[in-house]
Design a protein around this ligand. Structure first.
Ligand code: UFG
Length: 329
């Protein structure tokens, strides 16, 4: 039975579509509104619907045409800074769209979903590494809308038996080993692609947001996870739903933190570019340190990241960006 991937033309969604079709032989239906997705990221073999998750009629058509077994829901607005300026957009694209999707699932009797959540639900956690029992306390509309969606999923399990595996991503980066798909956001705001734009000569310097954080070198520490490892967790989550039909929540990170300065130093070695830096004030809403414990996913899903050394993440991203300096254009 086919899997519906919402946001399958986006960065993570396209990697997941590739893995499900090419590595797991699954039948895949994709819906994407092209807000952040790219037609060029379409994976051969997927049944593609270009349209919005808020479009109830389109969802009806998809669920009527295809006997969908499970949904993987990547589609979302996902930038912390943008969410502070446009909270309405975030509630519409994240909470309302998830509501519409769940209503369609309930109507068409689809009872399995893998949901993309985020480290942003934790806000500024009191202790590191972050475990799944750390109380969510989001500091921005992005984290808040993902947390609200998590609660909606909880109640849809309670009331309708829709089982959800919620995956809380830390800092996803890197590109597919084929070199054919990678990260292309417009505008770009993530550290690693921005660093690589400097190496490509598209930007003058890397701006460091704050060197006065309470960390050893003063710059923020993050837990970077390779997109290939991340998407592997989604097929394991599907296996779990098929196996035991129980809802669960998992962190997905590498368990190791790197400062902004350490990321830049690694990128200097890989790109052989001097990567000049400029120091700027802290970015509003940035927690100093976010590092995951992913032991629960390792234990219960049998997941383990094997592509997520910082070198491998940056080298794979560098391969993609140097071969596609203008992204998918
Ligand atoms: N940074 C810079 N300069 C830049 C861009 C980023 O110094 O030009 C720093 C940020 O301040 C942060 C780190 O690099 O300390 C990583 O920033 P990203 O924008 O790449 O990623 P975030 O950590 O802000 O975002 C990630 C996920 C979000 C999630 C968030 C939780 O991408 O989905 O963590 O805080 F919400």
């Amino acid at each position: 039975m086919p899997i519906l991937i919402c946001g399958g033309l986006g960065y993570i969604g396209s990697h997941a579509t590739w893995a499900l079709i090419e590595e797991h032989g699954e039948e895949v239906v994709v819906i994407d509104n092209l807000a952040q997705g790219h037609l060029a990221a379409n994976i051969a073999g997927a049944h593609l619907y270009v349209g919005d998750l808020g479009d109830e009629q389109l969802l009806d058509t998809i669920f009527t045409t295809h006997d969908i077994e499970a949904v993987i829901h990547f589609a979302a607005s996902s930038l912390v800074g943008e969410s502070m300026i446009h909270p309405l957009q975030y509630y519409k694209n994240n909470v309302l769209a998830t509501y519409t999707l769940l209503a369609a699932m309930q109507k068409h009797d689809v009872r399995k979903i893998v949901f993309s959540s985020t480290a942003a639900v934790y806000g500024e956690p009191a202790s590191i590494p972050i475990v799944e029992t750390t109380p969510p306390q989001p500091h921005n509309p992005y984290g808040e809308t993902k947390w609200a969606s998590e609660r909606l999923l909880h109640w849809c399990d309670h009331a309708y038996g829709i089982k959800a595996v919620i995956l809380r991503y830390f800092n996803v980066a890197g590109a597919h080993v084929s070199g054919k798909i990678g990260e292309d956001h417009e505008p770009e705001s993530h550290l690693i692609p921005l660093i690589l734009q400097v190496a490509l000569g598209k930007r003058q310097e890397v701006t460091i947001f704050g060197d006065d954080h309470p960390t050893p070198d003063g710059t923020c520490i993050r837990d970077y996870i390779h997109v290939t490892d991340l998407v592997n967790a989604h097929s394991l989550a599907l296996d779990k739903l098929r196996r035991d039909e129980e809802s669960a929540t998992y962190n997905l990170g590498n368990g190791q933190g790197y400062s902004v300065q350490e990321v830049i130093a690694t990128a200097r070695r890989i790109t052989t570019h001097p990567l000049p830096i400029a120091k700027a004030a802290r970015r509003s809403g940035d927690p100093a340190i976010l590092v995951a414990s992913s032991h629960k996913a390792e234990k219960e899903l049998g997941w383990s990241p094997s592509h997520s050394s910082l070198e491998n993440i940056i080298a794979s991203a560098w391969r993609w960006h140097s071969q596609h300096p203008d992204g998918y254009k």
